[in-house]
Design a protein around this ligand. Structure first.
Ligand SMILES: [Zn+2]
Length: 129
């Protein structure tokens, strides 16, 4: 890599990155690369803004939908929140150990949460919601 970049410094016209549409134009090529970079950065920042909005909306929905807090089947602490996100979407998430499960009823969500014991699932790494 180092050898090639030294070679291209001596022979810039040999560097394919200095050509735009078949024309040797290192300045324009550099400008295009920097524009591409800026667009990529802008997209990244728009995505992270969107993700932050989604995370916020989800946590607001959860705050509104908290049904009950009970004993966690995995860690035993009274930290298992069950959310009723919709009529047929119940979600359990332990605020301590992170285990989670979902189901179409409170009972099914609890059962699926208990079934995940030992899988070291953590809703904070990517939940079912
Ligand atoms: Zn737990």
């Amino acid at each position: 890599m180092g050898e090639w970049s030294e070679y291209f410094e001596d022979f810039p016209e040999e560097d394919p990155a200095n050509w735009v549409n078949g024309i040797f134009n290192p300045e324009l090529a550099a400008r295009n690369r920097s524009l591409d970079h800026k667009q990529t950065e802008a997209k990244k920042s728009a995505n992270s803004e969107l993700n932050a909005m989604i995370v916020k909306a989800k946590s607001e929905t959860k705050a509104r939908s908290l049904l009950i807090t009970e004993d966690c089947p995995q860690c035993g602490l009274q930290e298992l929140n069950t959310y009723k996100i919709s009529d047929r979407f119940y979600l359990c998430e332990c605020q301590d150990c992170g285990i989670y499960g979902k189901g179409t009823s409170h009972q099914i969500a609890l059962k699926n949460t208990a079934a995940a014991i030992g899988e070291s699932k953590d809703w904070r790494d990517g939940s079912a919601y």
